[in-house]
Design a binder for this molecule. Structure first.
Ligand code: NAD
Length: 248
């Protein structure tokens, strides 16, 4: 059990990668606080999956883009568990449009959830990690933050921002025991991909060296690695379970 005794908080945990990471962390012995903007009923299956390991799972509803809700989230998690050792900034949203047609609201909302949310949750929880001299922060980027994607300039910019934030913060806090890294998955079969057209799917599949989309459990091991002692020499890295979509 690589995360025994650790307390983790995962945002965007009601669905997809966040749900998978929460469950994988619980399977490794962590206590998990699952945070999502979704109503508790929508998160019930994900919470039950993590809870079956018996370490205690808390669900808290919050919008990571809204500062007072993030402050409440931190207060609830710290009040309940006493500390948060591992933060996974996973909550994210995705819309598509050509730049000339992109609604300002879409630009603002995608940047707010994906980038501002990462900042707000990190700021709310990093102080108590630094006080104890141990912490892990894992930010969910995307391969689109590395190579860009047509019709997703806001999403690509937000995820490139997450990668820059990861590197900057890693330089700031690594000597104080808090390690900050990012994961930049390729296309993974979660509800986020549901809205994609058949045309996009066949084009993307023809580009992907591995020739198929990824599964959630092909990303969760990277999160477990970065959260565990085995990840102790990763600093400011962006790891890419991406089927070869990006090769650095
Ligand atoms: P998903 O839609 O299945 O899950 C995202 C979760 O985030 C949902 O439960 C949603 O309710 C929650 N969420 C959205 N806005 C929120 C907010 N303001 N506050 C709190 N929670 C909020 O998508 P997913 O594929 O699991 O995506 C998880 C992360 O992985 C995202 O950051 C996404 O950008 C990133 N990602 C996904 C893929 C992919 O192909 N699926 C690839 C690269 C990166």
């Amino acid at each position: 059990m690589r995360l025994s005794g650790r307390v983790a908080l995962v945002t965007g945990a009601a669905s997809g990668l966040g749900a998978g990471i929460a469950e994988a962390f619980a399977a490794e012995g962590a206590v998990v606080c699952m945070v999502d903007v979704a109503e508790e009923a929508k998160a019930a299956a994900a919470v039950a999956a993590a809870d079956r390991y018996g370490h205690g799972t808390l669900y808290h509803r919050a919008d990571v883009a809204v500062a007072p809700q993030v402050a409440d989230m931190a207060a609830v998690a710290l009040g309940h568990f006493g500390r948060v050792d591992i933060l996974v900034n996973n909550a994210g949203i995705f819309t598509e449009s050509r730049l000339e047609d992109m609604p300002l609201e879409d630009w603002d909302r995608v940047i707010a959830v994906n980038l501002r949310g990462t900042f707000l949750c990190t700021r709310a929880l990093i102080g108590q990690m630094l006080e104890r001299g141990w912490g892990r922060i894992i930010n969910m980027a995307s391969q689109l933050g590395q190579i860009g994607g047509a019709d997703v300039a806001h999403y690509s910019a937000s995820k490139a921002g997450v990668i820059g934030f990861t590197k900057a913060l890693a330089r700031e806090v690594s000597t104080r025991g808090v390690l900050v890294n990012a994961i930049a998955p390729g296309p993974i079969r979660t509800p986020m991909l549901d809205g994609e057209t058949e045309e996009w799917r066949s084009r993307k599949l023809s580009e992907l060296p591995i020739g198929r989309f990824g599964e959630v459990d092909e990303v969760t091991p990277t999160a477990v690695l970065l959260a565990s002692d085995g990840g102790s020499y990763y600093v400011g890295q962006t790891l890419g379970p991406n089927g070869g979509d990006v090769m650095l």
